[in-house]
Design a protein around this ligand. Sequence first.
Ligand SMILES: *Cc1c(COP(=O)(O)O)cnc(C)c1O
Length: 355
Amino acid sequence: MSRFFSSRYAALTPYTPGEQPQDQDYLKLNTNESPFPPSPGVAAAVAAQCGKLQLYSDPQCTGLRRALAEHYGVKPANIMVGNGSDEVLDLAFCAFAGEERPLYFADVTYGFYPVFAAKNRLPFEVIPLKEDFTIDPADYFGKNGVTVIANPNAPTGLALGLDAIEAILKANPDGVLIVDEAYVDFGAESAAALLDRYDNLLVVRTFSKSRSMAGARLGFAIGCEALIADLETLRYSTNPYNVNRMTLAAGEAALAEDDYYMDNCRRIAAIRQDVAGQLEAMGWRVLPSKTNFLFAASPAMGGKAMYQALRQKGVLVRHFDAPRTRDFIRITIGDEAQMERFVNTVKEIEKEAAQ
Ligand SMILES: *Cc1c(COP(=O)(O)O)cnc(C)c1O
């Protein structure tokens, strides 16, 4: 820390992203990226923008917002586009939370929520998940703050039904509910279906997981016009060119080829179920996932030891060293061959441990 670093941030612990090692070829199952490349139209759309990089991107993101609006059956005024959904979440926290409305989120959830809250100096309260890692909707009733729910949740993979989401909306008419749907395309129900009935709902989505574009940085929010206008006020007060022109074009092209991505999601979900079954047969505890990852605990060793043993053998997964999560590892679902290698490596490790 320099002697100039503002005292505002002296106690800030930044988010720790999953490792992106540049030294050796790992099987990367640690950051929930897609094993599949973007659809063919994306490369062409990006290439077409390269000769125009002397020009700023469209601050209104007109083409992409129109395409997203059509895709989700809303108006462009219901959509705000961000540099990854992380940026959208950061702006949404700032826009709606504060002294009058604290933030509420689970103890086991996306690790960026407490970081955004701390960086923006927003009051927040952590609400523990139940013993089985599910959310009790009643824990959020009557708070009327800003509730953030990752649905499906990370790193548990568990999904909450729309009835529960709607109950939380109804019980907080003066609070905002942000539903972070980073993984919804892998098998959960989207709260977007509730948007025309609730003006206190913001649905946040990303192209990073189900649409194979983590490196392009593209996310968006869907909500009523007034909520979106508030987000736009903050976006224009931060960086109106937050999404570059290559990424805007990539997003539009991806939406035009959506069947490709939805097929990939179904394929990943099938691989996920297969791997979950294999791990369960080996005595693992596997939480029922609706995402592109599994949260699972080996009967042979703790999560940290399993993470380290896998790393030694060239397989990267994620371990969260906190009391409720330390028995588990989070395994991103790769393609069939990658997951076969993963399962075989685990078998090897458990055999060696038993000797
Ligand atoms: C990956 C992830 C995000 C962030 O996605 P980006 O769009 O890449 O910023 C947001 N929320 C959750 C729960 C995630 O897992």
